[in-house]
Write a new protein. Structure first.
Length: 336
């Protein structure tokens, strides 16, 4: 009995001390609440495509929302089952929405085959499957674009093809021009292109920073693109500088600019939850626990966002930071 009590106390101490609260289940597929998308996702997982089709019909020319839906439903088709997507394509052979999800799913499947490890830890077989699927995705992307030429979403999928196949910088710039003609301030397009320009892929620290800085400067208030320099800093320096870097005056200013942009954004912007996750993490690292808590409260229960998605145990990582934030906020001094 004594051993059982001791074990329970140790378990409780572990959960409280290492931040594995809140105990609620975390949705690893979404960044924030979206009832319509969740219903369509659940229906597709059960083999029903009609709710997904209605989702895209309701989105109309909201390119931000279409890109989110294509990304999340494409992930389902690439990772779990595409039976519902094949049924949709069979029922509506020339449906641009079904073609869009199929193109996104093909690219996402390629990245699944590659795996998450760095190049030196990725096998030749993985690379062969990765490149084979990315090459094959060209026809899927072209078909989706032909069925709806004004939609930038197929070209957002091509950014990830460009990244994986190593498009030269000039080809990437040509692709970027095609996207921005259709949607000059598209959030997912910008966050995806930023990855291309990072040092770990096809650019450098300077390229990533210049891309992010220009995008933020050119964007209208409330576009959420003011967070791009925060993303660029994270990609460039997060592993190098520790808390000192996060708490520098420069990074404080970047976070404050992004917070101001969030305050002006449409509350229904489909990418707003992703921005809140990243800002919550930065605010936590800066010791601004109450401000971090305000962001966490908007997205609690969801983990598909930076920085959690870089972790192999993203729900546990999220819970750890979320709980430490709540605990430290209790003793944080209020500003005078």
């Amino acid at each position: 009995m004594g051993f059982l009590v001791l074990s329970c106390l140790l378990l409780l101490w572990y959960w409280l001390g290492y931040g594995l609260l809140p105990l609620r289940w975390q949705n690893p597929r979404l960044a924030g609440p979206d009832a319509a998308l969740r219903r369509a996702y659940r229906a597709a997982a059960l083999g029903r495509w009609e709710p997904a089709a209605r989702l895209f019909e309701d989105a109309g020319q909201d390119w931000e929302r279409r890109s989110l839906y294509a990304q999340r439903l494409g992930y389902l088709a690439a990772r779990r089952s595409d039976r519902w997507l094949r049924a949709w394509a069979a029922a509506r052979p020339d449906d641009p929405d079904a073609a869009l999800v199929a193109a996104r799913a093909r690219v996402l499947h390629a990245w699944k085959l590659r795996g998450r490890a760095r190049a030196h830890s990725t096998s030749r077989r993985q690379f062969e499957g990765f490149h084979r699927e990315l090459l094959a995705s060209q026809d899927d992307i072209a078909r989706a674009l032909a069925l709806r030429p004004d939609d930038p979403t197929p070209l957002v999928a091509e950014i990830w093809r460009a990244l994986g196949l190593g498009y030269p910088n000039r080809e990437m710039r040509a692709l970027w021009s095609e996207i921005t003609v259709r949607a000059p301030h598209h959030f997912e397009a910008h966050s995806s292109a930023l990855q291309y320009w990072t040092a770990k892929w096809r650019g450098s620290k300077r390229h990533a920073w210049e891309f992010a800085e220009k995008a933020a400067a050119d964007a209208p208030p409330g576009s959420l693109l003011a967070v791009l320099p925060v993303m660029a800093w994270y990609e460039n320096h997060a592993d190098e500088l520790g808390d000192f870097g996060f708490r520098s005056a420069r990074v404080h200013a970047l976070v404050d600019a992004a917070l101001a942009d969030v305050a002006l954004a449409d509350p229904g912007h489909p990418r707003l939850p992703e921005v809140r996750h990243l800002l919550a993490y930065f605010l936590y690292r800066q010791g601004r626990y109450r401000a971090a808590g305000e962001q966490f409260r908007q997205v609690d229960g969801f983990t598909e966002a930076l920085p959690w998605r870089y972790s192999y145990a993203k729900s546990l990582y999220y819970r750890a930071i979320r709980t430490k934030t709540a605990r430290k906020a209790l003793t944080e001094r209020r500003p005078r």
